[in-house]
Design a protein. Structure first.
Length: 389
């Protein structure tokens, strides 16, 4: 039965309020939905001592961008412009006949030929051979590939950085000049696949920009008026904060990196959005993809696509979840069947079609670790507990 218990929503409001403060989370918007029932908590301020957060406030959603990139890619598959198991070299010649490091921390010239070409599915499942692996952040000295990616200003290892990356064609040229870290299909490596998909979608659709592809296939169809690579109104954008020994410190102000058009429209972590835009996106899945995707494409996105071998060693990123197409999927436990993904600048996005529940939490505090912060996990738990009116 859809809906929420009144006492459960009161508890959710208390949980949200407990995390808001100048030394905690300056402001947040939390939305829970079940059936036609929607409840929103908008608390705190856009900046410390700044204007109040509102339901339509804008937040940098970072990696919550990824499911949107997955959806637009699958929309192009539905149109016949892309084929899941087709090599991407047709559209991305920069990635044709790649070389592969003999081990992920090897010198850049210690390579072998790729055993096969990269496919669209490889990019969607993050198994095309390049991206973040937990071990690179624990190494005594930086891996050569990590150094090279940083020097090339790819903004693919670490938080999004709209101000440094070159335009999309140059970005892909630089990426293509580097060897892969693993054979295509061998390992799940985080992040880069969604960035490449943005370039692929633009070229396959014959569009002037990746933003144009998103608008025509996703945003206009779903009424997502406020989702963009540039904050449509800087006054509505929350100040982003990182936690330091001296307390919360401004990481990006409203007139900062998301106030101007980036040279590279980052399909992995570049969007700003609102809870209602993300609600529209979530409900698309609960309608079987309509009006963006076919039912088959929507199902494909939310099904486990990985083997245990592909996931191995990446628990820091995935926890107990696995991966579908550009988003995580819960494969066991009380929330099995749920899917979505979260953003390290302060967002979480969860869709549970089994229990008819959507939970979206937007904050402006960067994560302190690779694990989803308690403000998000506690609000998700409160949302589940509130079901059953």
């Amino acid at each position: 039965m859809s809906g929420f218990a009144r006492a459960g929503l009161e508890r959710l409001a208390d949980v949200a309020a407990s995390y808001v403060g100048a030394e905690k989370v300056p402001g947040l918007v939390a939305l829970v939905a079940s059936g036609e029932a929607v409840h929103v908590e908008a608390l705190g301020s856009l900046s410390i001592d700044g204007p109040a957060v509102r339901r339509d406030s804008l937040f940098r959603i970072a990696s919550t961008t990824k499911p949107i990139t997955g959806a637009v890619t699958m929309a192009l598959v539905d149109e016949g412009l892309l084929v899941l198991d087709e090599p991407v070299a047709r559209w991305l010649p920069e990635l044709a006949t790649p070389r592969v490091l003999t081990r992920m921390d090897a010198p850049l010239d210690d390579t072998v030929a790729a055993q096969r070409e990269i496919t669209v599915r490889d990019l969607l499942t993050f198994t095309f051979g390049f991206g973040m692996h937990v071990e690179m952040f624990m190494a005594a000295t930086p891996w050569p590939i990590m150094v090279a990616a940083t020097e090339a200003q790819l903004a693919t290892i670490g938080p999004p950085d709209p101000k440094t990356a070159p335009d999309a064609d140059e970005w892909l040229k630089r990426l293509g000049s580097l060897p892969l870290m693993a054979q295509p299909g061998e390992r799940w490596l985080y992040n880069t696949g969604a960035q490449v998909l943005g370039v692929l979608c633009r070229r396959a659709a014959g569009a002037a920009s990746y933003a144009d592809v998103l608008r025509s296939r996703i945003f206009t169809r779903l009424g997502m008026r406020d989702t963009s690579f540039v904050a449509p109104e800087a006054a509505r954008l929350a100040t982003a904060y990182s936690n330091t020994p001296d307390g919360l410190t401004v990481w990006d102000p409203p007139d900062g990196n998301w106030s101007r058009q980036p040279a590279f429209e980052d399909g992995a972590a570049g969007l700003v959005s609102t809870v209602d835009d993300l609600l529209a996106f979530a409900r698309m899945f609960l309608r079987g993809g309509d009006p963006v995707l076919t039912p088959g494409a929507a199902t494909e996105m939310s099904q486990d696509q990985l083997t245990s071998g592909q996931r191995a060693g990446q628990e820091m990123f995935l926890g107990e979840r696995s991966w579908g197409l550009c988003q995580s999927v819960v494969v066991s436990g009380e929330r099995a069947g749920a899917f979505g993904w979260d953003g390290g600048l302060g967002s979480s996005f969860l869709v549970d079609p089994v229990r008819d529940l959507i939970v979206i939490v937007l904050t402006q505090r960067l994560w302190d670790t690779a694990q989803l912060p308690a403000v998000h996990t506690d609000l998700q738990a409160a949302a589940y507990a509130a079901l059953g009116a």
